[in-house]
Design a protein around this ligand. Structure first.
Ligand SMILES: *Cc1c(COP(=O)(O)O)cnc(C)c1O
Ligand code: SF4
Length: 451
């Protein structure tokens, strides 16, 4: 038995990072098409069987055309599907409402010719994950956290995937040998407190295979938290069975981060899948990717975030789309994310507001971005602004200068930010904001004595 971390698992090292034997127990794709349209028929008695969903995924341009005859196919589409894997579960395909890229579900799942046009600055591994792998399949970038790529398989391949270099290029699941190496690494690195099981999508693994991995990680005493990163509740909610949640419960504390990008994905089935996980005592977060033509709209994002909270899922991150090959057409300028953050604050519950992050090139890790709320500063005061444009002077503790105590010298300048920064004026309030109007109404209703 090979237990050395530097020892090799029985695979060749020129393979992509996740290295193991083909999935023995994996459900196979349907060889014969049968009648394709029936794949999208929810009345199919097998519809709620997740293995049926996996077996009946749309895997080729031909299958796509059979399911959606009205789809116009270009020859470049076939080229794209050869370059980047294509898979759409019947469930996810059934959410498509119109057959072009104005439909967000279509845009996220059906190959597009633009995937072939890459500006030179795009990389296949923009986050340089391969350089942060002490063991193949384990990314250790932040001191107290490590990420396990448990499988290369997803039930649906997102066109915007940041791991296009891995996900779906082959469909293989982590080997027992690799699990042993990861276990050994974690034992030798007790600073790792939080292990993220990612992929690919770990919930495409069957329950016993996932349990073997969870068992190995949970047996490391220094690991406090296990997180699963999975898009399954969104693309194949029938996978969240009671068999699965009963198994997961044994390895608590487990957190699940999922990946909803658009309100159209918040179906009763997806909401029920999230509910089943939360009912099992698993807190849920969501990691949205900001995508041009899908969710790059402030009000749409507000609807998504409110919908997630209703489904008991906390919007955790809003990701800037990574600089990965094949996704240029999805990228938005950084300012779009900032505009969305500006819109959300003050308009939706604070619980609904994610952190906007850029996972920076060269493996620099995640950097949060916020609109500027500090307008100006002086040694005595900081000028903050709120979402309405109201500017407040925040006095620093125990700091009084002569200037502040001195009489206001009016050099004829208009009231402005400088006066707020020096505490001479405590706020600049825009006239006619919702707040001033509401306050005036309250004031008018009060008995005179109160005023
Ligand atoms: C994002 C990420 C994490 C987790 O980061 P959090 O900010 O704690 O969610 C851990 N490891 C890697 C390599 C990551 O990319
Ligand atoms: S589910 Fe995640 S890993 Fe899989 S294709 Fe989508 S973004 Fe990539």
């Amino acid at each position: 038995m090979d237990t050395g971390i530097t020892g090799e698992c029985p695979i060749t090292l020129d393979e992509p990072p996740l290295l193991s034997q083909p999935r023995a127990a994996a459900p196979r794709d349907a060889e014969t098409s049968g009648s394709f349209p029936s794949r999208l028929d929810k009345a199919n008695p097998k519809w709620n069987d997740w293995k049926w969903q996996v077996r009946n995924r749309i895997r080729s341009v031909g299958a796509l055309q059979e399911c959606f005859p009205e789809l116009s196919l270009s020859s470049s589409l076939i080229e794209v599907a050869e370059k980047y894997p294509l898979a759409i579960t019947p469930y996810y395909a059934s959410l498509i409402r119109r057959m072009d890229d104005l439909d967000p579900v279509f845009r996220m799942s059906v190959p597009q010719a633009q995937e072939l046009t890459d500006p030179p600055f795009l990389r296949s591994d923009p986050l340089e994950e391969e350089s942060d792998m002490p063991v193949p399949g384990l990314v250790h970038r932040y001191r107290d956290r490590a990420l396990v790529m448990a499988t290369t398989m997803c039930s649906m391949y997102c066109r915007h995937c940041t791991r296009k270099r891995v996900a779906g290029t082959r469909e293989v699941t982590i080997s027992a040998c690799r699990i042993r190496q990861i276990h050994e690494y974690l034992v030798q690195h007790p600073e790792v407190k939080d292990v993220i099981i990612s992929g690919g999508d770990p919930l495409t693994m069957d329950t016993p295979a996932l349990e073997r991995l969870l068992e190995a990680i949970r047996s490391v005493p220094s690991v406090e938290l296990i997180r699963l990163g999975t898009r399954t509740p969104v693309v194949m909610p029938m996978r969240i069975t009671s068999e699965l949640t009963t198994m997961l419960k044994k390895y608590q504390p487990i957190w699940v981060n999922t990946h909803f990008n658009h309100p159209q994905e918040l179906t009763p089935e997806a909401i029920a899948a999230c509910g089943a996980l939360v009912d099992a005592g698993i807190p849920m977060g969501n990691q949205t990717v900001l995508l041009r033509g899908v969710n790059d709209d402030p009000e749409l994002m507000a609807q998504l975030c409110r919908g997630l909270l209703r489904a008991r899922v906390k919007p955790y991150y809003l990701f800037q789309c990574d600089l990965v090959r094949g996704v240029e057409h999805f990228r938005t300028p950084l300012t779009k994310g900032l505009e969305i953050m500006e819109y959300l604050r003050g308009r939706v519950s604070g619980l609904a507001i994610p952190t906007f992050v850029v996972d920076t090139p060269h493996g620099g890790g995640k950097v949060p971005l916020l609109p500027n709320y500090i307008v100006s500063t002086s040694p005595t005061h900081t000028v903050l602004r709120n979402f309405e444009g109201m500017m407040m002077s925040y006095p620093e503790p125990h700091y009084r200068t002569e200037a502040e105590a001195a009489p206001v010298s009016d050099c004829g300048a208009a009231r402005g930010v400088w006066q707020v920064a020096n505490g001479r004026v405590s706020a600049l309030i825009p006239a006619g904001s919702e707040r001033t109007t509401r306050r005036a109404r309250i004031q008018a209703r009060r008995p005179m004595a109160d005023v």
